[in-house]
Design a protein around this ligand. Structure first.
Ligand code: SAM
Ligand code: ZN
Length: 421
């Protein structure tokens, strides 16, 4: 295994091998279906020194992020989440309209838009040219670049330092954390706060969310290793919140040592949770790997049985994580006829590796498949609500994570859906 991304230790132990898979967001156009698909190892390791769970193989960021297909505004959940988020940040930290709020990995400007309502001076930095273009076209100032020490210096020269730096769902994507933290150090005002949202390792393990493992996600964070990362630049975590998004995330607030808010009890409380979840022990990850294998066998058995009984099965949601699940579980077109997804960027394309066509959600009512495998399980409530008509007509959803369960609707609403035994 490679050296640990946080502490540089060479004692990273392999804990899970999900096979060699194509990149989770490399959806294919019809004319690409016969081309060879590059595959990359998806092997997860655990650093016995700092506790960071991490991918061994890093695909170059230029390949992953210069053209990007995930658009934050596609779901209803994320804009609502970001609206509340911006309210909180403005109330707690960005009191003057002159304060600069910098968002790293600002994507299509979903959060920048929320800050605009508050009349805050907000700037995004986003390497994907296609998506930074959407934000700029909407009047949301976005620099098209990777965040690193070099680009941070450019921003400081033109905009000054930032009162608030935000990174949502981007820290896990960074291969060179040392360079990234150097950039934060360049740009953060002495009294500034950096706020990062990352999927939380405790939730990943508890709910067996193994499908959130794919090449873009190089690190799977808990508070322990994050503290070591920030300490390496003279910074500390002063507050942390748990959030339901993306299957369970944390939002950490970071300030320079000796300045900023006092450390709140939330930090120590979560460290205790991590201790009681035994995140520091290798055996925790061995048990996780066994659960992942068991989920694969159960899901395959269920789908195979349904297919043998003549059922027609579709999928709902074509998120990146769906492709980890499909490829690891070796589920393809012989079982799943099509996948419905709201994103116009994905419709008309085929899933990487499994080559299942992505179509618009209307197809569910047109075709009325007997079962729908819910790949975007993190948006379950939103999707069941939207598809209440499909459920009313007798359709059923299969939720694969943490364990496959079948949900059938009644009474006309997703909220009234029944879990079948
Ligand atoms: N922040 C948005 C959200 O939470 O919905 C988007 C999250 S998306 C999973 C990750 C984003 O980070 C992508 O838009 C990607 O292009 C961007 N990204 C990846 N590496 C980056 C880097 N070094 N600097 C800035 N953005 C980066
Ligand atoms: Zn380490």
């Amino acid at each position: 295994m490679n050296l640990c991304r946080v502490c540089g230790n060479n004692n990273v132990t392999e804990i899970l091998d999900l096979g060699a898979t194509p990149l989770a967001n490399s959806f294919l156009k019809p004319e690409q279906l016969n081309d060879p698909e590059p595959r990359f190892p998806l092997v997860v390791g655990f650093c016995c020194r700092c506790g960071l769970v991490q991918l061994d193989h890093a695909v170059p960021p230029e390949i992953l992020f210069r053209n990007y297909i995930y658009v934050s505004s596609t779901s209803q959940t994320m804009p609502a989440h970001f609206a509340a988020y911006s309210d909180e940040i403005v109330a707690r930290f960005a009191r003057s309209s002159q304060d600069l709020v910098l968002e790293i990995g600002s994507n299509d400007g979903c959060l920048l838009q929320a800050f605009k309502r508050h009349n805050v001076r907000a700037l995004g930095i986003e390497p994907a040219a296609n998506i930074a273009g959407i934000a700029n076209a909407a009047g949301l100032a976005t620099m098209n670049d990777f965040f690193c020490e070099r680009s941070a210096q450019t921003i400081r020269d033109s905009e000054g330092t930032a009162k608030v730096i935000i990174g949502n769902n981007v820290l896990a994507h960074i291969g060179n954390l040392r360079d990234f933290m150097a950039g934060i150090d360049v740009l953060l005002r002495p009294d500034g706060v950096a706020v990062f949202e990352v999927p939380y390792l405790v939730d990943l393990l508890r709910k067996s969310e193994f499908d959130t493992i794919y090449h873009e996600h190089l690190s799977y964070f808990a508070i322990g290793p994050l503290q070591k990362l920030f300490q390496s630049r003279g910074m500390r975590i002063c507050d942390v919140q748990r959030l339901p998004v993306h299957g369970g995330s944390i939002r950490v607030y970071v300030s320079r040592e000796g300045t900023g808010p006092d450390e709140l009890p939330s930090v120590e409380e979560l460290l205790w949770v991590e201790k009681s979840e035994k995140l520091d022990l290798l055996e925790t990850y061995e048990a996780f790997a066994s659960r992942v294998e068991a989920t694969k066998q159960k899901t395959r058995a269920l789908l195979s049985e349904l297919k043998a009984s003549g059922a027609r099965i579709a999928g709902y949601g074509a998120p990146a994580k769906g492709n980890t699940l499909l490829n690891y579980m070796q589920i393809g077109r012989d079982w799943i006829d099509f996948i419905a997804d709201q994103s116009p960027h994905k419709q008309g394309m085929y899933t990487p590796g499994s080559h299942i066509p992505v179509v618009s959600p209307e197809r569910l009512l047109e075709d009325e498949p007997d079962y729908v495998l819910l790949l975007a399980w993190n948006l379950k409530d939103e999707i069941l609500e939207q598809q209440s008509e499909y459920l009313n007509r007798g359709g059923k959803f299969i939720v694969p994570i943490p364990e496959p369960i079948v949900i059938a609707g009644n009474a006309g609403a997703g909220k009234a859906a029944n879990v079948l035994q």
